[in-house]
Write a new protein. Structure first.
Ligand code: ATP
Ligand code: MG
Length: 272
């Protein structure tokens, strides 16, 4: 007789999925505080330049005011789009994804926080093909890793974001390196464990302390057939590297030659 009861393995997989979802919502909730503040700053800029424009009738001042209003409004648009992207639960399916774009979108959400804690962000993005990813989930990984990095540098430091393409394994590597506290050798094997945290609770920006960030990262990267690894030196900093497979163009036949888009040279046939 067939048994419809889920097996313990299926139950575990389903619980793991629910936890990843819950972690995404928690991360979203935490971002609301930061981004609302940031949004308010942008609104202040718009209001102030609108007042300047109204008070001053000369063309030069008005042009400058419009210019500032425009820049601020564009920034506001980017912030809303990034938050909505995460909230909207974009398509939960694997699609060709530009990692650099996703990283930049995620950075917009944390930009203010990085400035506040005097963290200087450097990007080194090499040319890389699109990866096979569920965009929303990889964004969750990026936000978790960057938040951890920021929290490891309470009095400022350097955050290096590096993207490189490894043609030999057909994968894209992203390294997130901080100049923070580092992780003691004996703690390293535990950091990906669910509920393992050395933080006392949420920090003043309302983030951290549950110990689910890295376990969610690992679950997501595993589901993408990727790898996550860490290198750390106490007092010097930590580097997390995620390796994700390049999106393979589906072929209409068994011939494994990618079909380039019409009119687009093969080397530019990247999905942005
Ligand atoms: N970049 C880092 N530098 C130093 N320690 C780190 C770093 N990233 C993670 N850790 C260590 O690994 C632990 C687990 O990280 P994880 O993100 O899973 O949990 P958390 O940040 O404590 O809480 P949250 O669930 O809010 O993410 C952290 O408590 C910290 O001790
Ligand atoms: Mg964390």
């Amino acid at each position: 007789m067939p048994n419809d009861e889920p097996t313990p393995e299926q139950q575990l997989a389903s619980l793991q999925q629910q936890l990843v979802q819950a972690q995404r919502l928690a991360a979203l909730g935490e971002l609301v505080g930061t981004t609302t503040h940031e949004f308010n700053n942008v609104l202040m800029t718009i209001l102030n330049y609108a007042k300047i424009g109204l008070r001053n009738k000369d063309e030069a001042t008005r042009d400058k005011a419009f210019d500032r209003i425009m820049t601020a409004a564009q920034r506001a648009e980017k912030i809303t789009n990034s938050v909505l992207g995460l909230a909207r639960n974009r398509k939960e399916e694997f699609a060709p994804t530009n990692l650099a774009t996703l990283l930049q979108e995620s950075l917009i959400l944390l930009e203010r926080e990085m400035q506040k804690y005097r963290v200087a962000v450097h990007c080194e993005f090499a040319e890389a093909p699109p990866i096979r990813a569920i965009g929303n989930q990889i964004q969750q990984v990026l936000l978790n890793l960057m938040t951890n990095a920021r929290q490891a540098m309470p009095s400022g430091g350097q955050l290096l974001l590096k993207i490189s393409h490894d043609p030999s394994t057909n994968s894209v590597d992203l390294t997130i390196r901080d100049s923070g506290s580092g992780i003691p050798r004996e703690q390293l094997p535990k950091i990906f464990d669910r509920f393992y945290s050395t933080k006392e609770g949420p920090d003043e920006s309302g983030k951290g302390g549950t110990g689910v960030g890295l376990s969610a990262c690992k679950d997501i990267v595993d589901a993408h057939q990727g790898r996550i690894r860490v290198e750390s030196t106490v007092g010097k900093g930590t580097a997390f590297t995620i390796r994700l497979p390049v999106f393979e163009q589906p072929t209409t036949s068994q011939v494994s030659i990618p079909i380039p888009k019409l009119g687009v040279p093969a080397e530019h046939a990247q999905v942005k």
